[in-house]
Design a protein. Structure first.
Length: 95
């Protein structure tokens, strides 16, 4: 099944700042979602409704757009694993 993935501005800038190997891994993970070879993991608690993709020491946070055909995920945030969830909670106003 073909899944559409849209990358918003912040995650795109994050991907562009990475080393060539990390960029390739991040892009491969996104293409795997598009091809249906991988599916993002749902987040829990106050981040319910969002999904994560683990790529080495980075995390992509996605939002599923329900009702769209084909299925659509938006990559809304990306950062290093050590700070990604704390920063994302601040951005969406949970801290």
């Amino acid at each position: 099944m073909k899944i559409e993935v849209i990358i918003e501005e912040q995650p795109l800038a994050f991907i562009r700042r990475q080393s060539p190997d990390a960029r390739k891994s991040l892009r491969t993970a996104i293409h795997d979602i598009e091809r249906g070879a991988a599916f993002p993991e749902p987040l829990e608690d106050e981040l319910e409704g969002f999904y994560k993709v683990r790529v080495e020491n980075c995390r992509l946070i996605l939002k599923h757009e329900s009702g769209s055909k084909p299925p659509l995920f938006k990559v809304v945030f990306a950062e290093r694993r050590s700070v990604v969830y704390e920063m994302f909670r601040q951005i969406i106003g949970l801290e």
